[in-house]
Design a protein around this ligand. Structure first.
Ligand SMILES: [Zn+2]
Length: 175
């Protein structure tokens, strides 16, 4: 996508959650739509920062990178942070070799459609039933798995495990 091209999306209120990002022009399958921008920081540092919304832990602007650091889109973030989660999304994310994260169309997207990707949220430590409930998904898709959390893997990374302090701050991880 040439940098000078008109943005194919716009931010406005969403029926899914708060603000959302909507296509205003057709987007081709495989097209890179936007970079997930923000300040790069360590997970430890991110844990010390205040929550985006203490009442809604699923409302995170943190995006986990392959090297374990995170992008905090609360600082210097762009429209990408408003793209909502869906269990049957029309976008997905990828990280390039420079550790930059981009949102890409999984299929052709028509104008007016809301952009979404699977947040696959992860949190440190074990969650109680009540805590899990706070990550409930209401994307409305017939394929909805009922949670914004990624399906739990058997083994978490060791470095994640020892950090179980404070609340369960969540971070996004596209794929
Ligand atoms: Zn869902």
């Amino acid at each position: 996508m040439p940098a000078a091209a008109r943005k194919p999306y716009v931010v406005r209120r969403s029926a899914i959650h708060g603000r959302g990002v909507f296509a205003v022009a057709p987007i081709a399958r495989g097209e890179t739509i936007i970079e997930y921008k923000g300040e790069r920081t360590t997970w430890d540092e991110a844990m010390e920062r205040p929550d985006s919304d203490p009442d809604d832990p699923s409302h995170t602007f943190l995006f986990e990178l392959d090297d374990g650091r995170v992008i905090d889109a609360r600082v210097k973030g762009n429209a990408a942070r408003w793209i909502n989660h869906s269990c049957a999304p029309n976008c997905e994310t990828y990280e390039d070799e420079n550790g930059r994260v981009f949102i890409q169309a999984r299929k052709r997207i028509e104008p007016g459609s809301e952009l979404s990707y699977d947040y696959r949220l992860s949190v440190d430590g074990k969650l109680t039933k009540e805590e899990r409930a706070r990550f409930a998904c209401c994307c409305g898709s017939p394929k909805c798995r009922g949670s914004l959390l990624a399906k739990t893997k058997k083994k978490k990374k060791k470095k994640d495990r020892k950090k179980s302090k404070k609340d369960h701050k969540a971070k996004r991880k596209g794929k």
